[in-house]
Design a protein around this ligand. Structure first.
Ligand SMILES: [Zn+2]
Length: 118
């Protein structure tokens, strides 16, 4: 596997968002110790809240990981040449976005942009 700037840039583009999501969830999970025995009245009062945040953070982490896995699967299929997306440059999958100048597509693999949705 060749490591070059393009690969790094692609990985960055592919995994930054899912990674951030998982990190955020994981960070909150570490901060919240839901199993801690609460003795104080205040601790008992916020216990349900803590449990709620705990499960939300757990969900966030799972979603982030699943998203990253999905992106990894996309990249794998793209590298095998099995994935034909709308990108004119590399045939990679594109995201459909709305910009200031109307709808455009941004390639997940090479970052190329094109007008309109493909
Ligand atoms: Zn591309």
């Amino acid at each position: 596997m060749d490591i070059n700037a393009t690969t790094i840039e692609r990985n960055f583009r592919l995994y930054t968002l899912p990674g951030l999501l998982a990190l955020l969830g994981g960070g909150v999970l570490l901060l919240i110790d839901s199993s801690a025995e609460s003795t104080g009245l205040f601790d008992q009062m916020i216990a349900p809240l803590k449990r709620g945040i705990f499960w939300m953070a757990a969900g966030l982490t799972l979603v982030g990981l699943a998203w990253a896995l999905y992106r990894a699967w996309l990249e794998f299929r793209w590298m095998q040449g099995q994935l034909l997306g709308g990108c004119a440059n590399c045939g990679g999958p594109v995201r459909h976005l709305d910009g200031r100048y109307g709808p455009y597509s941004k390639c997940l693999m090479c970052g190329g942009k094109r007008n309109g949705w493909h």
